[in-house]
Design a protein around this ligand. Structure first.
Ligand code: ATP
Ligand code: ZN
Length: 490
């Protein structure tokens, strides 16, 4: 930089886009409206003599069937059209294989950064740790971090050859090497913002990073999907996050003078949210680019397969805490495909409710978006009992690991952490007999801290099994799936 010169820098940012390339039913969000807003903000910045960088903090993948079925091609091509500069790799990027992520990077045309993802075999980083942007004679370095929980929180198959190191430790060694060459140092992270470091059972996030690693000017984060309407300033580092789904674009205005970075203003700007007065006209070019993808998706997805007489509950504040009709339905669909004795799923795999009315393929894709396989495992009654004792007493309460089951009646003893009574199909479990259980590969392989088991694969995809099951029912009644206290803890 030049001594005595004041530089203006505007950082625009989004995170946790999760497949929302098109606007929703209420006309909210979408890349076309985001494009118009960003164009406008760029013009404003230009008038004010500010340079602009546009960043995304990861999790572009997963959440909308029209995007999921196309490996988020419309999302990345749309982001390319908007002119993103850099993206951090999020845990949901690994809902796809590494090969698909490389393909997505081609569609995107901008770099994906992450300093803490290594190839297990070559020991090399899989993505560049950072990029440096030269804005005139101002050097801005942006490095990436990804939550080290990723192998536990995504399909183990896709991360089997990768090692995720601790993000804060990685930053401790990286920042001192980047800092001397950067006028502005930005961490673009997908590790989450946990106020006052209260990250519970999750890996440490942005606040820990800021407190433990000196020298980062700005942390642009994601993952926890909470809006930070005010920046959180920790240890002199500014932390921001823009909620989720492209609901807001974050705007950070910085001034840099003689190596000192000052926050001038910060704002989250809504993208056509229902209760905001100002409406943004979607950019015609971006809309025209994306429309064919949307129409292609709708054509295959808006096909009716059944009917819901009431809500099948998949809302996370319910399904991660108690047995629900949707949990029972999903576990039953898995069990029946394998003609297994027991059906099981982690509730975190269920991402939406089925609402009363038409059930379409799109509905099923909203409920089960990961496209994971369902597998079978054979265990003796004794092993099954031990497995469920672990599931009931050792997993994190209220998390995605909470079990939804089919065809079991279990009574467990809180005091001894043992199972008192276990029935399969209404009959007492025989400890020496073999039982077949159908379950997602995700947990069979040890995801969500389940005990890893030996399993067999047949190429059955979760959403396909649910679709098949619903389509095979003449008249599906939610009362047939009502919670019945399958697992009682006394
Ligand atoms: P974010 O979108 O911020 O990354 P997240 O999905 O990592 O969020 P949660 O929404 O809390 O975090 O969901 C985590 C839960 O999702 C896990 O505990 C697990 O139950 C479930 N989950 C994640 N990936 C998969 C997968 N590939 N297959 C099945 N379940 C999964
Ligand atoms: Zn995430």
């Amino acid at each position: 930089y030049t001594k005595g010169k004041t530089y203006k820098l505007t950082i625009l940012h989004t995170n946790d886009h999760h497949g929302r390339f098109w606007s929703n039913r209420d006309g909210e969000v979408g890349l076309a409206a985001r494009a118009t807003l960003i164009k406008q903000l760029r013009e404003e910045a230009k008038t004010n003599g500010a340079s602009v960088l546009l960043l995304d903090a990861g999790d572009v993948n997963t959440g909308v069937p029209q995007s999921d079925m196309l490996d988020a091609e419309p999302d990345f091509k749309g982001m390319n059209a908007i002119g993103y500069d850099v993206m951090a790799v999020g845990n949901h990027e690994f809902d796809k294989t590494l090969k698909t992520i490389y393909q997505q990077r081609k569609w995107a045309g901008f770099p994906f950064v992450s300093a803490n993802i290594y190839d297990k075999w070559t020991k090399k980083r899989v993505f560049p740790s950072h990029v440096t942007k030269k804005l005139g004679d101002l050097k801005v370095t942006i490095f990436g971090l990804t939550t080290e929980d990723t192998p536990l929180k995504s399909n183990p198959k896709n991360t089997a050859d990768l090692k995720f190191t601790k993000s804060v430790e990685e930053a401790k060694t990286l920042v001192p090497t980047l800092r001397p060459n950067a006028d502005v140092l930005i961490a673009l992270t997908h590790v989450g913002h946990y106020p006052d470091e209260k990250h519970g059972a999750d890996a440490p996030g942005d606040v820990t990073l800021a407190r433990q690693v000196k020298g980062i000017d700005l942390i642009v984060g994601g993952h926890t999907q909470k809006p930070l309407f005010e920046p959180d300033i920790q240890n002199g580092t500014i932390i921001v996050q823009a909620y989720e789904w492209g609901k807001y674009v974050g705007k950070v205005d910085l001034e840099i003078l003689d190596g000192k970075v000052t926050l001038k203003s910060y704002k989250l700007i809504p993208v056509n949210l229902k209760d905001t007065a100002e409406k943004i006209k979607p950019d015609e070019k971006v809309e025209a680019l994306l429309r064919p993808y949307k129409e292609r998706g709708d054509k295959t997805l808006l096909v009716q397969i059944g009917n819901a007489d009431s809500e099948y509950i998949g809302r996370r504040d319910v399904v991660r805490f108690q047995e629900t009709n949707l949990g029972n339905l999903v576990a039953r669909a898995y069990r029946e495909k394998f003609k297994a004795d027991i059906g099981l799923t982690n509730s975190g795999g269920i991402r939406d409710s089925i609402y009363p009315g038409k059930i379409t393929i799109e509905t099923v894709g909203m409920v089960l978006p990961f496209g994971g396989e369902v597998v079978s495992t054979e265990m003796t009654g004794k092993e099954i009992k031990e497995f469920f004792e672990h599931v009931i007493f050792k997993l994190t309460p209220g998390s995605g690991s909470f079990a939804q089951t089919n065809n079991v009646d279990i009574v467990a003893d809180k005091k001894t952490s043992k199972i008192k009574s276990f029935k399969v199909g209404g009959v007492d479990l025989d400890e020496s007999k073999k039982y077949l259980m159908a379950l997602p590969e995700f947990i069979a392989a040890g995801g969500d801290k389940y005990p890893a088991v030996k399993f067999r694969k047949f190429g059955y995809v979760d959403a396909d099994l649910l679709k098949e099951f619903i389509a095979s029912q003449k008249e599906m009644k939610s009362s047939d799936f009502a919670p019945r206290g399958s697992i009682k803890i006394e």
